[in-house]
Design a protein around this ligand. Structure first.
Ligand code: NAD
Ligand code: IPM
Ligand code: MN
Length: 376
């Protein structure tokens, strides 16, 4: 795969900072948005590995970030989401968040903007242990931690509906609404049933567990309960189960073997996927996809911009690299995706890792080791 760099390197009103055109006419077009902090470091490695994999992709970089926001006030350029949807097959993102932007406005507008405005309603977050040594639980092997969390990604407590009244007084009232629509709940539950059916492990009945807090949030999660039971009737081959989210957290730690696919709302999904990351070796190991079937979807590691470790070449790039492989598989490029997965597995086994998972290498060195292995 041959690339020709053509773009300007400077940040120009948040537009592309570096454009790379592949020669292959059938290449999938990928928008690469590294963002802030360690997002910038780990995406360099993910791109290196993608290039080494020989996957037919052409990548165009966009510097939508805290830096650009601080420079000229732009978060997303006009028609940015329309352009991503129209001109790209997928989007690869690093992370957003910068202490110089305490309102987090750029992260909201860029990251939540993509999820909401591009209607990427299924946030698919695999929890997959690669090696016993990575799991904080005793006596657990990779086959014991291998499930997927499907998080609703466009509604719930994330819709930014609410307000404050009598701000700054002792009578202050703060309201944040949890918005759950019939359409939104039904489509994520259907997506999860389909996913469970398609990803059943050999010899095992497909299984889907819904987690909510319907015992307290009787209106919002009552809707989830009714829809889940209704849709389950259409998937008689899939075993459907339920847990309250608090009990689920305990079970994820006590016995993760019991889970195959879990579906839940936006906020609970955010929380339990960090817990899931913990089971895999930490946030540096967790990948995710923000998906709307049939449309341009976005892929990002689960972790954030980790400001305290940014710029030190110590961030673990594996979550971002596994995210790149997830993106390739989503695009039907299964062969290079499998090559990347097995190179990451080999890096873990040979301890070619960063310090968060007890290695001694830097971000770049891990990325280069995996890229070399993928290219071999
Ligand atoms: P974080 O994920 O950035 O960091 C949490 C902890 O995990 C820290 O100890 C960090 O050092 C560690 N960590 C995270 N990724 C790592 C990696 N790849 N390698 C090694 N260690 C890693 O979460 P936070 O500290 O709560 O948030 C920091 C900023 O990131 C905030 O601005 C937050 O809003 C933002 N954030 C963004 C995203 C995203 O863009 N998808 C996700 C989560 C948090
Ligand atoms: C995640 C992050 C985001 C979320 C933040 C940065 C808005 O924590 O992707 O898990 O809460 O969804
Ligand atoms: Mn999160």
């Amino acid at each position: 795969m041959q690339y020709v760099a053509t773009g300007a390197l400077a940040c120009q009103r948040s537009q592309a900072s570096c454009t790379l055109f592949a020669v292959n006419a059938k290449a999938k077009r990928i928008a690469v948005i590294p963002g802030d902090g360690i997002g910038r470091e780990v995406l360099v490695e993910a791109v290196k590995v993608l290039e080494a994999s020989g996957a037919p992709v052409e990548m165009q970089h966009f510097d939508w970030s805290a830096d650009c926001y601080l420079k000229d006030g732009t978060t997303v350029p006009a028609d940015g989401f329309t352009m991503l949807d129209r001109d790209f097959d997928a989007i690869l993102v690093g992370a957003f968040g910068d202490p110089r932007v305490p309102t987090n406005i750029h992260a909201k507008e860029i990251l939540l903007g993509m999820r909401f405005q591009m209607d990427l309603y299924a946030n698919v977050r695999p929890v997959k242990l690669l090696d016993d040594s990575l799991c904080p639980l005793k006596g657990v092997e990779p086959k014991d931690v291998d499930f997927t969390i499907i998080r609703e990604n466009t509604e719930g407590l994330y819709v930014d509906v609410g307000g404050v009244f009598k701000q700054g007084t002792l009578e202050e009232i703060a309201v944040q609404e949890d918005v759950n629509t019939r359409k939104g709940v039904e489509r994520i539950i259907r997506y999860a049933f389909e996913y469970a059916r398609q990803h059943a492990r050999p010899g095992r009945q497909p299984k889907l567990l819904m987690a909510d807090k319907a015992n307290v949030m009787t209106y919002a999660h009552g809707l989830w309960q009714r829809v889940f039971k209704e849709v389950a009737k259409e998937y008689a081959d899939v075993k459907s189960e339920h847990m309250y989210v608090d009990a689920l957290c305990m079970q994820m730690v006590r016995d993760p073997r019991q889970f195959d696919v879990i579906v839940t709302n936006n906020m609970f999904g955010d929380i339990i996927t960090d817990l899931g990351a913990g089971l895999q070796g930490g946030l540096g190991m967790a990948a995710s996809g923000n998906i709307h079937p049939g449309r341009t979807s976005m892929f990002e590691p689960v972790h954030g911009s980790a400001p305290p470790i940014a710029g030190k070449n110590i961030a673990n790039p594996m979550g971002a690299i596994l995210t790149a492989s997830m993106m390739l598989a989503h695009l039907g490029l299964n062969q290079p995706a499998a090559k990347i997965d097995s190179a990451v597995l080999e890096a873990v086994r040979q301890k070619k890792t960063t310090q968060d998972i007890s290695g001694t290498l830097g971000t770049r060195e891990v990325g280069e080791w995996i890229a070399a292995r993928v290219a071999a």
